[in-house]
Ligand binder design. Structure first.
Ligand SMILES: [Zn+2]
Length: 237
């Protein structure tokens, strides 16, 4: 088996890792943007439900006010009848009805007051939520612009790395190319594993010393345990 230039495998590894990092950064943008969008949507839903609540409270308060007015008119009418009562019995009946309506109105007045207080509270919530929706939308569009701004540079970087990878892949001996492709397919950036202290850094299984020496001399070898394409970790510069 012909050996590739000594830096081929470390370079392949470096490029695969770099490509994965750039790809992850590209993918992260839309994901974070979606999370921000969901925050906005949540606030908008809260706002809509508070607006609906306000509408219902106002309707209920209006109905009670209308009933109060109707009862008040009824009392005025009953008072007229009371003054013209033809008998004591009639007088007592009108008087009793007036008392009953007054009690009902007093309850209605309390209920109307309570409803108006609730309306005030909901209006405060709505104002707060409206401000929060505006803030969430502003945050979202600011973040979106930031993602777009970075995206161009990341795409360029990815293209450059992929072009570089193609060049280095030309140095892979043809007989191991299919195995290399399968590893990249299966493990992406983890297709290759550095050997450190005679140990595979992917599965942490120790190599025989003979194999470790072979790796150091540039022999192409796959880990017997995890199948990764092994390379000697280059000396730190
Ligand atoms: Zn291994």
């Amino acid at each position: 088996m012909s050996n590739p230039p000594s830096n081929t495998l470390p370079e392949l590894n470096r490029l695969h890792v770099a490509i994965q990092e750039v790809q992850e950064e590209i993918d992260r943008g839309p994901r974070l943007l979606k999370a921000r969008h969901n925050v906005t949507l949540g606030k908008q839903e809260d706002l809509e439900s508070q607006k609906l609540k306000l509408k219902q409270l106002r309707l209920a308060a209006d109905q009670k006010s209308l009933q109060l007015k109707t009862n008040e008119a009824k009392i005025v009418d009953l008072k007229g009848k009371l003054n013209q009562a033809a008998s004591n019995r009639e007088f007592d009946i009108f008087k009793g009805q007036i008392e009953a309506d007054k009690v009902a109105n007093s309850v209605l007045e309390d209920e109307i007051l309570e409803a108006l207080e609730k309306i005030d509270g909901v209006q405060v919530d709505i104002k707060k939520l409206e401000a929060e929706v505006v803030a969430a939308q502003a945050d979202e569009s600011k973040f979106s612009a930031e993602v777009d701004r970075k995206r161009g540079g990341l795409d360029e970087k990815l293209k450059a790395l992929q072009a570089e990878l193609l060049v280095v892949e030309n140095d892979i001996p043809p007989e191991i190319l299919p195995a290399y492709r399968r590893l990249v397919q299966a493990h992406g950036a983890g297709a290759l594993a550095a050997v450190e202290n005679a140990t595979c850094t992917s599965c942490y299984v120790r190599l025989t010393s003979q194999n470790a020496v072979s790796i150091l001399s540039g022999t192409i070898m796959f880990c017997r345990t995890c199948g990764r394409l092994l390379f000697a970790k280059p000396e730190e510069a």
